[in-house]
Design a protein around this ligand. Structure first.
Ligand SMILES: NC(=O)c1ccc[n+]([C@@H]2O[C@H](COP(=O)([O-])OP(=O)(O)OC[C@H]3O[C@@H](n4cnc5c(N)ncnc54)[C@H](O)[C@@H]3O)[C@@H](O)[C@H]2O)c1
Length: 454
């Protein structure tokens, strides 16, 4: 079932539900809605010199909305894969009439172009160095989630942003999404009662995995630079483009990819910055032992995972599996908030739904307001980013908030890796009495790349 099919199926079952009207939304919510629906001026006429590092799928989604805001001019793009780079440069020229400069080394681009704004749309293992270098070059940064690959990278990014007094916004656009905002308001007003448990999850199609032969990297791709500070695996088209999510050298699996969006929603709701204890189990129960040799490889991320995060007043869980993707459980992506007055499911394409505990009360439902392509709320988040730059205020997805949400995912992965639960000292950002786990809060970078100082 595609996303659109899913929406219409959801719509058919709505007749016994009460649809929420937007009249009760906050002023902030109404402002963001207005930003989403307003007519946008011709792309590319703006005054902010904007560069993009990583012109793949999501980087270009962000750049398109930056240009559509009418405030930004794409002066240069950078990608280590010239196929992506050329396509992106052509598209920007088509959209704006101006051809941006093309670079394959982001450091050279930062030095030559002196951007006001840098968008970071590279794979996760690059986010930290790209962001720190861009901030040090004087740019405000819109960086994709998760903010880093290891926990100390995120803290280093926060420190650099503060020292340089630059705005660093993280791409967790669900904080700017109208239905997520109204769901938070609904919960904060106490409509679900006291919440003792939150369950977040993503269940996708998938199944067993066979190794795929390694290949010579394509001529247009600088594979060594793609791997950068991370280990240099043999090239395999299962990793690039977009497949890096399931390779732990470059990312942190489903919990680091989808999970961070829901971790972020949980922290947004609770206003707490970190859990006190984290434990996780799972593995490659269906995909099998990872394979990596000079001839072939598989991914190495877990296909099955359950993580538990203990807070002062509630327990949060994460679950994913990459098989048995079906409608058996009604919702297969999102977060359930379980309260004394009922359960709120906060989803994506299916908006949010409140299932009251009182059998005589009606369900309450709100549809999402999402943008093409790919059903997101980047325009609202981009507008907030611009307002933050102009007014010198923190953005709604400030780097420190993104760091805390990323930490939830990375701590879940850390617990799975060391095979035990972790007592987290969130104030000092260290695991209590666990030197082995603490050593994994950072990692050795490859070659001459230097891990940032914290
Ligand atoms: N916020 C969201 O909802 C959302 C959605 C999708 C992806 N993302 C994030 O966006 C990021 C990119 O994911 P994607 O799916 O677009 O991947 P992708 O493979 O399509 O794009 C990444 C691009 O970065 C390039 N790249 C790699 N190293 C580089 C370097 N050193 N300099 C310049 N370019 C480099 C790659 O060649 C590729 O073109 C990920 O961190 C992902 O988590 C966020």
């Amino acid at each position: 079932m595609t996303g659109d099919d899913k929406l219409s199926a959801q719509g058919n079952s709505m007749s016994r539900r009460q649809f929420l009207h937007r009249a009760g939304m906050t002023a902030a919510g109404a402002g963001l809605m207005a930003a989403a629906s307003r007519h946008r001026v011709r792309a590319g006429t703006g005054r902010y010199r904007t560069v993009l590092i990583g012109s793949g799928w999501w980087g270009m989604n962000i750049l398109r909305d930056a240009l559509a805001s009418g405030e930004c001019q794409a002066v240069a793009l950078c990608d280590v894969d010239q196929r992506h780079l050329n396509e992106a440069v052509d598209e920007v020229e088509d959209l704006t009439g101006d051809r941006p400069a093309a670079y394959t080394d982001y450091r050279e681009m930062l030095e030559q172009e002196h951007p006001d704004i840098a968008i970071v749309g590279t794979p996760d293992h690059w986010h930290c160095l790209n962001t720190i270098d861009a901030v040090k070059a004087g740019a405000h940064v819109f960086v994709e989630k998760p903010v880093g690959h290891t926990i100390k990278e995120g803290r280093a990014m926060v420190n650099v942003a503060r020292e340089a007094d630059r705005v660093v916004q993280v791409g967790t656009h669900r904080r700017a999404s109208p239905h997520n905002m109204s769901a938070m308001e609904f919960l904060r007003e106490g409509n679900a009662g006291r919440i003792g448990m939150v369950r977040s999850f993503v269940h996708y199609h998938g199944g067993p995995e066979s190794p795929q032969p390694n290949e010579e990297p394509p001529d247009e791709l600088d594979w060594d630079m793609w791997c950068g500070p991370a280990p240099l695996r043999p090239f395999n088209s299962r990793i690039h483009p977009r497949g890096f999510r399931n390779f732990m050298d470059y990312a942190n699996g489903q919990l680091g990819d989808w999970g961070i969006h829901w971790m972020d929603q949980i922290l947004w709701w609770t206003d707490e910055n970190y859990p006190k204890r984290v434990s996780s189990t799972g593995g490659r129960l269906i995909r099998g032992e990872p394979v990596l040799n000079e001839d072939e490889q598989t991914s190495d991320g877990p296909d099955t995972q359950v993580a538990t995060f203990e807070f002062e007043d509630f327990v949060a869980t994460w679950e994913h599996r990459q098989y048995a993707g079906n409608d058996a459980e009604n919702h297969n992506i999102g977060c359930y908030f379980y309260g004394t007055e009922g359960t709120l499911h906060l989803g994506w394409l299916d908006g949010w739904t409140f299932y009251p505990s009182d059998p005589n009360a009606e369900e309450i439902h709100e549809e999402p307001t999402l943008h093409t392509n790919d059903h997101h709320n980047i325009p609202e988040l981009w507008d907030d980013f611009m307002e933050s730059i102009k007014n010198g205020r923190k953005p709604i997805c400030d780097i420190e908030l993104g760091h805390y949400s990323t930490n939830m995912s990375l701590l879940g992965m850390l617990s799975l890796n060391v095979g035990r639960s972790l007592e987290w000292d969130g104030e000092n950002e260290e695991v209590i009495d666990d030197p082995e786990a603490n050593a994994l809060l950072s990692r050795e970078y490859r070659g001459d790349w230097e891990y940032p100082e914290v």
